[in-house]
Design a protein around this ligand. Structure first.
Ligand code: GLV
Ligand code: MN
Length: 194
């Protein structure tokens, strides 16, 4: 989904002000082998309240992918862990399960739900912008790697967008949205510390 590169590479200079559609390039003389390798996905992430941990290898973590139109994530799952419903406004996603059993699903713009339980070695795709999730439905931990056709796919995470935004969404919007009372909305907000 990103524009095509106009040069071999453009390692991001993250210290420069982000005034471009992407990041300005590091000076060629300062580029080293180290800019094109990344060990940040080698370690298990610390799972959140959802029982999952997304470790990104996007342009902000791995500046070597700047302008290349690609990036990856590592996603770790505790037993029962959920990578909650979210969408990527700037990329389609592909993924491969490395360990465990994952229920993977996405929703079309017509509310059609596609899903399957995947085991190690099996892949999935999520069309750009569509809401999707993965849940560990196996016995132990689970692990997946995902790949994107953007150096910064972005993630709109449904629960935190609605219940943990800054500033907070007025309760009257959420009571009307979900057809429930104010107490329930406040309870849900409190789970996210807001
Ligand atoms: C999984 O959905 C991911 O965004 O890495
Ligand atoms: Mn995703």
């Amino acid at each position: 989904a990103d524009p095509d590169p106009l040069q071999d590479f453009c390692v991001a200079d993250l210290k420069a002000s982000a005034s471009l559609n992407g990041f300005p390039c590091k000076l060629a003389a300062e580029v080293t082998s180290g800019d094109f390798f990344f060990d940040g996905l080698s370690k298990e992430g610390n799972t959140t309240i959802f029982g999952s941990a997304v470790t990104p290898a996007n342009v902000l973590a791995f500046p070597g992918v700047n302008t290349l139109g690609i990036s990856m994530n590592r996603v770790d799952f505790a037993p029962g862990g959920l990578n909650p419903p979210h969408s990527h406004p700037r990329a389609s996603e592909s993924g491969i399960v490395i360990k465990g059993k994952l229920l993977v699903g996405f929703f079309t713009t017509n509310n059609v739900f596609y899903s399957k339980v995947l085991s190690a070695g099996e892949m999935f795709v999520i069309p750009r912008g569509l809401i999707h999730f993965q849940q560990n439905v196996g016995e132990g931990k689970a692990l997946a790697f995902t790949a994107f056709n953007s150096h910064l796919p972005g993630a709109v995470i449904v629960p935190t967008t609605l219940f943990a935004s800054t500033p907070s969404v007025p309760n009257q919007v959420l009571t009307k949205t979900f057809q429930v009372d104010d107490d329930l909305i406040s309870t849900i907000k409190s789970k996210f510390g807001s």
